[in-house]
Design a protein around this ligand. Structure first.
Ligand code: 13P
Length: 252
């Protein structure tokens, strides 16, 4: 039985004051869900330390939105996996489509980041997803499997143990046009099947989150699908009530 996980990806939003307000608002409600659903939030690098302090003593986990794919060293402006682990971070998002699409992050770069995260004891959340034009061209399967295989080819199937996968159709992100539960389930099942084909005993245990316009109104139906194990939530994770409702739907 996979325990559901809801991760709030705050992206490039927030300020010290607004984050504290949001955390104060969600903390008590999320405390009530302890044991039923796992929850984490991913603030910007700059806001990690303050968020960790604000969540001290709560069961809400902390994730970073990115990392550099090599160990500590001469790399101006970057943050290593070991720095994140040392600061108290538990999860890290790898290969988000905003980085793949707008910053040219390749499958190979995502694989390096995935490896660095694991080595430092972080749980990587590997994002895969197709663009609208790829879906229209019937390339959804090819794209998401290529993105997943790039990491397995590089790291081996055993490296997926304890990792988290996230299927985020790019066309659904921030668009208010979510995948239907059926569309989402089909791709989630495909990803799990691929993990099985690649020899993974871990396929049944790995959590595959769904992302892309997940909100309080649609989370319940999405999370009820057999291969959807929670959500990677952007915009709705910045609104206390929405986020609490989404987490509660995962815990029901
Ligand atoms: P939205 O929930 O704002 O569509 O963003 C999804 C996402 O990209 C989470 O990583």
């Amino acid at each position: 039985m996979r325990r559901k996980l809801v991760v709030g990806n705050w992206k490039m939003h927030g300020s010290l004051g607004r984050n504290r307000e949001l955390l104060e608002a969600i903390k008590p409600a999320l405390q009530g869900l302890e044991g039923r659903v796992e929850v984490a939030v991913c603030p910007s690098y700059l806001h990690l330390a303050d968020t960790i302090a604000a969540l001290a003593g709560s069961h809400v986990g902390i994730g970073a939105q990115d990392l550099f794919g090599l160990g500590e060293g001469a790399m101006t402006g970057e943050v290593s996996a070991s720095m994140l682990a040392d600061a108290g971070v538990g999860f890290v998002i790898v290969g988000h489509s905003e980085r793949r699409g707008r910053l040219g992050e390749t499958d190979a770069r995502a694989a390096d980041k995935f490896a660095a995260a694991r080595e430092a004891g972080l749980v990587p959340i590997l994002c895969v997803g197709e663009t609208r034009s790829e879906r229209n061209a019937g390339e959804t399967e090819t794209v998401v499997l290529r993105q997943l295989d790039a990491v397995i080819d590089n790291q081996g199937i055993a490296a997926m143990d304890k990792a988290v996968l996230a299927y985020e159709p790019v066309w659904a992100i921030g668009s208010g046009d979510p995948a239907t539960p059926q569309q989402a389930q089909a791709v989630h099942a495909l990803l799990r099947e691929r993990l099985k084909q690649r020899g993974g005993d871990i396929a049944d245990g790995i959590r595959i989150l769904h992302g892309g316009s997940v909100n309080a109104a649609n989370a319940g139906e999405l999370f009820a699908q057999p291969d959807i194990d929670g959500g990677l939530v952007g915009g709705a994770s910045l609104k206390a009530r929405e986020f609490i409702t989404i987490c509660a739907s995962a815990g029901s």
